[in-house]
Design a protein around this ligand. Sequence first.
Ligand SMILES: Cc1cc2nc3c(=O)[nH]c(=O)nc-3n(C[C@H](O)[C@H](O)[C@H](O)COP(=O)(O)OP(=O)(O)OC[C@H]3O[C@@H](n4cnc5c(N)ncnc54)[C@H](O)[C@@H]3O)c2cc1C
Ligand code: FES
Length: 260
Amino acid sequence: MCNKKYTFEDGLILSQKELSKDIFEMWIETEAAKSAIPGQFISLYTDDKSKLLPRPISICEIAEDKKSLRIVYRIAGKGTKIFSEKLAGEEIKIVGPLGNGYDLLDEKAILIAGGIGIPPMLELAKKLKEKNVDINVVLGYRDAALFLKDDFEKYAKVYIATEDGSVGTKGNVLDCIKENKISGKVIYSCGPTPMLRAVKEYALENDMEAYISLEERMACGIGACLGCVCKTTDIDDHSLVKNARVCTDGPVFDAREVDI
Ligand SMILES: Cc1cc2nc3c(=O)[nH]c(=O)nc-3n(C[C@H](O)[C@H](O)[C@H](O)COP(=O)(O)OP(=O)(O)OC[C@H]3O[C@@H](n4cnc5c(N)ncnc54)[C@H](O)[C@@H]3O)c2cc1C
Ligand code: FES
């Protein structure tokens, strides 16, 4: 589902909290919450004049009153470090909501997420539960720092895979699906590219639909610079070559339509 309405504004930080080492959550009061849907993202600007480009961060949750958004982010470099030092009551420049989002299908679904791809799946789980869709959630972590697990358990049965084997299945999300014989007709997924590649292959082998959210480095974030293209199986209307802009055509794609 595509939503082209976005606004630039000063959002108000309502709260900031460290969920686990270097993983933070921030609630922001923003107009973007009015029209946001699961799978979309916002771009946040730092106050540092040497960093003019905004940083894209997925929408993790939309408040019931549609006045604020929750984001969950990992400190990856200077920009996200600056965000983590901001306090409740301060303002933050944002643009959003950006990108498309997940279409909410009625079929039994498996939500598969890994690492910092876990946050955008939360609002999706909530919305699918509201539609009474049968869902199972599979989350892949490095270790026992299971950020957001309790939030997902409000909406679905949650299965865990950890790289170090400290909780759940030792291995990756697909090992967990096989070990627990989890089935469904459609997959929604977000996470590192090798994981999405494996999810796409699994979906094709098992004749399932799969919608995956890609992460590319972005510059403008609004479709103007072609800084975020990915390869597609079909020709794009905008550039007339086999590519798509992750920021506006995505970040969610039908797995069959992208070459990853
Ligand atoms: C659509 C989208 C949604 C995202 N959602 C989230 C989210 O919900 N939570 C979250 O923590 N992060 C998310 N990211 C990644 C986040 O945008 C980057 O971590 C952030 O821009 C890094 O900025 P920085 O200034 O802290 O680090 P930089 O100094 O710019 O980079 C630090 C390191 O992070 C890597 N990096 C930078 N940008 C990206 C990127 N876009 N994708 C992957 N690696 C990157 C760099 O290669 C480098 O190794 C998302 C990215 C996209 C494109
Ligand atoms: S980041 Fe500029 S077109 Fe996507």
